[in-house]
Write a protein that binds this ligand. Structure first.
Ligand SMILES: NC(=O)c1ccc[n+]([C@@H]2O[C@H](COP(=O)([O-])OP(=O)(O)OC[C@H]3O[C@@H](n4cnc5c(N)ncnc54)[C@H](OP(=O)(O)O)[C@@H]3O)[C@@H](O)[C@H]2O)c1
Length: 343
């Protein structure tokens, strides 16, 4: 399908100043520069960082602006799922919450014909974050395509989250036995995504149970990814590595280490989705233009978690963020742009 420029205008959920609520306005359809393309968005996913930017007033300091990192739509003839760059380049044309977004070509992935735009929109932020966590922070070699069994186990604390389900699928493709935590309602679906064992993080003896399971599987857990970054999650993940690894472990964090000293003997570093398009742009290009595209085509990565559409088109951007801030369990909130967006 070829997009006819200006055929339906560009409707955007605009942040006019720090801490403001979104306002739906018409904007010009942006023009791409070198190594960029314009996508007519059909689905846009919400991420926790979007409401955090709005509430706390960080990351974005030019206004008006358009937030949003995850969009999925059509570029000329092909469907694309892509990471929108406003979060690291501040450019209003690179925000996802509008009908037309400029994207860097390295941040785009063709989705299979039988995948919906809503399904495609769940990947960019979560996958970029997991890519940097596993390959850069934990030092795991890039996957080759065939699954090569690893000796070490890998812990994913918070596997039912958006980032957790992405990390789980990548770790499984890399040959790891994955030990995961989540609420019991998600244990079965996480096993079907490739977790060896899943544990309820509400259980006071969760750490002992993970360590015992790793021991009986004769699989020391030397690598971990805390995808939650709240409460005690980082400390708990570190405790598992310390008790199970038997050698210095590595822990990737989604957010900075909380108050208090870091444990000795564990290498701790923080992931960042934007790094896949800045200092690790070659890695990001390989991942989004090649690896993810191949995995979506052959089914070795599937859309997860399940999406839930917040109805109302672009006009629903604010309610999607409000709902996400209130908390979700094992789902990705998505806006369908083809829904109407009354002003
Ligand atoms: N550094 C970066 O570049 C980057 C990138 C993306 C996200 N983030 C941050 O990472 C966090 C997660 O983002 P997301 O989009 O993946 O979140 P999300 O999908 O909205 O997270 C919701 C999930 O978190 C799980 N959860 C909550 N508390 C938990 C705990 N104590 N232990 C285990 N699981 C717990 C819940 O599991 P159950 O329903 O099973 O209870 C729920 O499924 C956010 O704070 C976000 O801002 C950072």
């Amino acid at each position: 399908m070829t997009i006819v420029p200006n055929s339906d205008g560009n409707v955007a959920a605009v942040l006019e100043s720090a801490h403001a609520r979104f306002k739906t306005v018409d904007r010009p359809i942006p023009k791409p520069g070198r190594n960029e393309l314009v996508v007519r968005n059909h689905a846009i996913a919400a991420n926790p960082v979007d409401w955090k930017i709005q509430d706390y007033g960080f990351a974005i300091n030019t206004f008006p602006n358009v937030l949003g990192s995850d969009c999925c739509g059509v570029v000329v003839a092909v469907g694309e799922s892509a990471f929108a760059g406003v979060i690291y380049n501040q450019d209003i044309n690179h925000g996802a919450f509008q009908s037309y977004t400029i994207l860097r070509d390295i941040a785009t992935t063709k989705i299979p014909d039988d995948m919906s735009f809503e399904e495609g929109s769940v990947f960019p932020m979560a996958m970029a974050t997991s890519l940097i966590a596993l390959i850069v922070c934990l030092g795991i070699p890039k996957p080759t395509g065939s699954v090569i069994p690893q000796k070490s186990g890998l812990l994913i604390w918070g596997a039912s989250s958006s980032v957790g389900t992405s990390a789980l699928q990548l770790a499984r493709n890399m040959g790891f036995k994955v030990f995961a935590t989540a609420s019991p309602a998600h244990h079965q679906s996480l096993k079907s995504l490739g977790a060896l064992e899943v544990f309820d993080y509400h259980d006071p003896s969760v750490i002992d149970k993970i360590v015992a399971a790793a021991k009986s599987a004769s699989t020391p857990i030397t690598l971990g990814f805390d995808t939650v970054g709240e409460g005690n999650s980082a400390n708990q993940a570190a405790e598992v590595l310390a008790a199970s690894g038997g050698k210095p472990g590595k822990l990737a964090l989604i957010l900075p280490w909380p108050e208090g000293e870091q444990p000795e003997g564990i290498e701790i570093s923080e992931t960042g989705a934007y790094k896949a398009f800045t200092e690790y742009a070659e890695l990001g290009k390989w991942f989004f233009n090649e690896y993810l595209e191949r995995c979506l085509a052959n089914g070795s990565i599937i859309p997860a978690p399940k999406f839930e559409v917040v109805p109302g088109g672009i006009n629903a951007a604010q309610s999607a963020l409000d709902k996400l801030k209130a908390g979700v369990s094992g789902k990705k909130l998505v806006i369908s742009v083809d829904g109407n967006h009354p002003h």
